[in-house]
Design a protein around this ligand. Structure first.
Ligand code: SF4
Length: 266
């Protein structure tokens, strides 16, 4: 049985929801168009991917940067009790509609877990735990009630608290302020970005190679094709696996505990 607090994706316990529920647009990320609710033609009967070991070479790079934060197995095993949309096709519509909402809630749980893991936020822990309980309660709803969740409102409520946590983690002498900045293609090689505020910053194709981003707040920063080779992201705040997977790193990139070095970096 999946726990609502589990924010690590476990595809072996999911009914391939990201491969069915989400729409694709043919692009450099997806080789084909696919509407929401239609299974990808590469999805096998056991809900595994038939081209898992060659996704990028097959034109499905987008699949290598997606992460559901554990929402897939939660819906599959908990909300729908382990009965798949193939076994019970009448549940498919509700299951697929609930998936983006559950993913959004699990992403919030990821950020809250990160904030709670920081010693600097001790004074906020009770508020962070209370918010986490509220979000977890939402994830326990049935599929119909899940669809009624106002995800934007939940993000706003959580975001305020994460902002307070960010200030505590970045300390009395925070780094550069780049919140929401357009840094597309910026040349920031070896830059001192310790404790910087990079929330929502556009760092697409920026060169952040060998820069120091320890304790930098990267909530929602767009790291697509960002050069993070040799970059120190050890204590970066609110960094997620999709952000890491979308960037270009190497064996010298230092990542926070809990995030994996993508195979395609090799
Ligand atoms: S290519 Fe594989 S991982 Fe991507 S959507 Fe299709 S089945 Fe899923």
């Amino acid at each position: 049985m999946s726990s609502s607090g589990d924010v690590q994706a476990d595809c072996s316990r999911c009914f391939g929801l990201c491969c069915v529920a989400l729409p694709f647009t043919a692009s450099s990320d997806f080789a084909v168009d696919k509407p929401s609710g239609v299974a990808c033609h590469n999805l096998l009967d056991d809900f595994s991917c038939g081209i898992h070991d060659r996704l990028r070479d097959s034109g499905f790079a987008g699949c290598t940067v997606f992460d559901c934060f554990g929402a897939g197995q939660h819906l599959s095993q908990h909300t729908f009790g382990g009965i798949s949309w193939r076994q019970a096709p009448e549940t498919a519509g509700a299951m697929f509609a609930a998936f983006p909402v559950m993913r959004g809630l699990h992403e919030l749980l990821w950020y809250l877990a990160d904030a709670l893991a920081r010693e600097e936020t001790t004074s906020l822990h009770e508020q962070l735990k209370a918010r986490r309980r509220e979000v977890m309660e939402l994830t326990e709803r049935d599929a119909q009630a899940l669809r009624a969740v106002d995800l934007n409102a939940e993000r706003a409520r959580t975001g305020d608290l994460l902002g307070l946590a960010s200030r505590l983690v970045r300390g009395q002498n925070p780094g550069p302020e780049h919140r929401g900045a357009d840094l597309m293609g910026a040349r920031l090689r070896r830059a001192d970005l310790r404790a910087a505020n990079l929330r929502g910053a556009l760092l697409i194709a920026a060169e952040v190679r060998q820069a120091d981003l320890r304790r930098a707040d990267l909530l929602g920063a767009d790291l697509r094709d960002t050069d993070v080779r040799g970059t120190d992201l050890t204590d970066a705040l609110f960094l997620t696996q999709p952000q890491v997977s979308a960037a270009r790193g190497d064996e010298n990139t230092r990542l926070p505990v809990g995030l994996e070095r993508p195979q395609h970096w090799e």
